[in-house]
Design a protein around this ligand. Structure first.
Ligand code: ADP
Ligand code: MG
Length: 687
């Protein structure tokens, strides 16, 4: 670690040193930089400007436009203090083309002396409309004999944090560049680089480009190196795992056959194909590392059950993990229902509260074949006797580290458990191959037949009453409906909103049983609410986004989403996936608060056009930019600093090739790259 003080500090390359190695950076500044996730000199190099200011040319005063920021130079014509309640210092600056008013609210006698009439002044600021016409308020300035503000290159504007001024940050980055650019290691052999530009040249350009410079190639140099690093890192993990032994599950498949025979439906072709892929993995001697991508409702649970049966038949234990307790309990229900006839009773391992000890003991029991739970089952030292397979549902909710930690639990001597990670956030194949370079990819590209279509309409909020009336009619006809409340976080405010909505609907739909479910409820209450809705008398379930992923109530056919304009495309798609699961035609109503912004309009249009999760995911990426879609949690990759899966999609094949070459070669460049780009400096092969 760069911040440690050991003999290795002396041999550290400049970019690996802590920021305090730079002149003028003490603990206070270092602490503020740490808030920007900047700890080393290298972190400063890769802290790129979000935009630039142009101080390279002087703009004539007459040419200034309100809202525009510009560099102006002139001579002070007059100076005055105005206003009594809130005095301000006015300075009039003139050039050959006109007059510009400058306003300072914070001033003192020294400043008044500095701005003497006749002094030359150079200012940079934004022209705004003030009480007496256009003016600049508190521009940056140089006055009378100080060097001009004029620069030869564009001025970087960096993302910053409270208490860290832009000028201080600029100085710090400049110091970092001066220290670390000379001799900055090029880890990628020239043959693998996307262009002739070196990393140092690219960085120099990005931190201070000449006006009009094309920055795309420089950005590409950085993005490429970052993507290669991540890809190569995942490949290394994969190779490390590939060398270990898996639990060989070569079985006749009696349990699977029996299961499929009792199932009331036949698996889709896609399900059969994927089960085949998994079976081949399980039969080999290596641990399976597979990610299953399937749109909402494509039937991933059945695939998980099939995999579990193959492993159980071979005499090993299976652990199924879900991101929420609600989902874990639903899996208990479904898997219990399916597998009980085969003599397999799932054991639930949720929160480690009362009775946890006993449950843990049971997990150790030879008789326990299948354990279903949340992360809790892995957080503590839950011992599995013969763990053969870990299934992670909705795996995009977990990060790469969690994935590694989970599979590490399945280690016994040289043997490792198989891993099946399932995701309902489908991403395009090229991206998936990069994002999951440590895993093999399976795709469920088909939904079970007989699904009635879901119609989607968007209505302005003021038509709510109509929606309530329609819901009433539908409920009298026996329908079941979700009414989803606008939820960003499960805070007090939101819960109040959900409770108020519940009361409102209870009144408007007198005679219809209305349930309520939200994230803050006790697990047992959630279970009851779900159960009453799924199989009991409750017809309308007022819900927060706790039901977003995985919840499967085939009888539900109506869905109302309030404040739909606030939710992202993928999230709306997931929510909509809660209906249209049985044979009943589904209706989804997106209520929105007008006026709709362009983005919200696009999202709604997209949802109305298609219900293909792959298409929707791509559109989502285009609309939001991959940065947001691929947070740490989404891909299970550490967040990118520069790269962007969507924008950089075209380079992914070259990235994959370069990563493969790199992994085959000497390990030194790879280690350097990992130290440079991966924030979490995890140990190689710890998985
Ligand atoms: P997801 O992929 O979203 O996790 P689920 O596994 O919850 O989907 O399956 C959705 C619904 O489809 C469930 O009710 C499940 O029982 C049903 N289902 C799964 N496979 C089939 C199939 N081959 N034919 C008919 N229904 C199926
Ligand atoms: Mg599911």
């Amino acid at each position: 670690m760069p911040s440690s003080t050991s003999a290795s500090d002396l041999t550290q390359a400049p970019w690996e040193r802590p920021v305090t190695a730079l002149p003028g950076i003490g603990p206070a500044l270092a602490e503020r930089l740490a808030r920007l996730e900047i700890q080393t000199v290298g972190d400063l190099l890769f802290h790129l400007p979000s935009r630039y200011e142009d101080r390279t040319c002087i703009v004539p005063i007459r040419g200034l436009r309100v809202g525009q920021s510009a560099l102006v130079e002139g001579e002070i014509l007059a100076q005055a203090t105005v206003g009594r309640a809130r005095p301000s210092l006015l300075v009039e600056l003139a050039d050959d083309s006109g007059l510009l008013r400058l306003r300072f609210f914070h001033f003192n006698a020294a400043l008044r002396r500095k701005f003497f009439v006749g002094a030359r002044m150079s200012v940079y600021g934004e022209l705004r409309l003030g009480p007496q016409g256009p003016e600049m308020v508190h521009p940056e300035y140089r006055c009378a004999g100080e060097a001009s503000l004029r620069e030869t290159t564009l001025t970087p504007v960096y993302p910053t944090t409270e208490g860290l001024g832009m000028n201080a940050l600029r100085r710090t980055v400049r110091a970092a560049l001066a220290l670390a650019l000379p001799g900055l290691a090029e880890y990628l052999p020239e043959a693998l680089r996307p262009s002739g530009l070196t990393l140092a040249a690219a960085l120099r350009l990005l931190h201070g480009p000449p006006p009009g410079a094309d920055l795309a190639p420089a950005r590409a140099v950085l993005a490429f190196e970052e993507l290669v690093t991540h890809h190569a890192h995942l490949l290394t993990l994969r190779h490390a795992q590939g060398r270990s032994l898996g639990r060989k599950c070569r079985v006749p498949g009696r349990l699977l056959t029996q299961f499929l025979e009792t199932l009331p439906f036949t698996p889709t072709k896609a399900q059969t194909t994927v089960i085949g892929e998994i079976r081949r993995d399980l039969e080999g001697g290596r641990p399976m590392r597979r990610v299953l991508q399937g749109d909402v409702g494509s039937g991933k649970t059945l695939v998980a059950a099939a995999a579990a049966l193959l492993v159980i038949e071979a005499g090993y234990q299976v652990a199924v993990m879900a991101p929420t307790e609600l989902l874990a309990r639903q899996h208990m229900e479904t898997l219990g229902h399916w597998l009980r006839p085969l003599g397999i009773e799932p054991l639930g391992l949720m929160r480690l509260g009362a009775g946890a000890e006993a449950q843990r003991a049971k997990a150790l029991d030879r008789e326990t074949r299948l354990v279903v739970g949340t992360q809790a089952m892995f957080q503590e030292a839950v011992g599995f006797l013969r763990l053969g397979l870990v299934v992670i549902d909705e795996q995009h909710r977990f990060g790469v580290q969690e994935r590694q930690a989970l599979t590490a639990k399945g280690r016994a001597g040289a043997h490792r458990a198989h891993l099946l990670a399932m995701s309902a956030t489908p991403i395009p194949r090229t991206l998936a191959q990069s994002a999951y370079a440590d895993l093999d990819l399976s795709i469920l590209d088909e939904r079970p037949p007989g699904r009635a279509p879901v119609t989607t309409v968007a209505l302005a909020e003021n038509r709510r009453e109509e929606v309530v009336a329609r819901m009433r009619a539908a409920c009298l006809g026996g329908a079941k409906a979700y009414w989803v409340c606008p939820l960003i976080e499960e805070g007090e405010q939101d819960l109040k909103a959900a409770a108020a909505l519940h009361a409102e609907l209870a009144e408007a739909l007198a005679g219809v049983r209305i349930g309520l479910i939200h994230g803050r409820m006790k697990a047992a209450d959630k279970d009851r609410a779900m159960e009453d809705f799924a199989r009991g008398p409750v017809q309308v379930l007022v819900a927060t986004t706790v039901i977003e992923v995985g919840v499967d109530v085939p009888a539900a056919s109506l869905l109302v989403i309030e404040n739909a304009e606030r939710l992202g495309l993928a999230q709306l798609h997931q929510l909509r996936g809660r209906i249209g699961r049985g044979g009943l035609p589904g209706h989804c109503v997106l209520l929105y608060k007008p006026p709709l912004g362009d983005m919200a309009r696009e999202r709604i249009a997209c949802l109305r056009e298609t219900d293909d999760g792959f298409l929707i995911a791509r559109r989502d990426l285009e609309l939001r930019g991959a940065g947001e879609v691929f947070g740490v949690r989404q891909t299970g990759l550490p967040g990118f600093r520069v790269a962007d899966f969507m924008r950089d999609e075209a380079m992914l094949p070259a990235v994959a090739r370069a990563a493969a070459t790199l992994v085959r070669g000497d390990s030194a460049p790879l280690l350097g790259l990992r130290r440079r780009w991966l924030r979490e400096r995890h140990e190689l092969g710890s998985a």
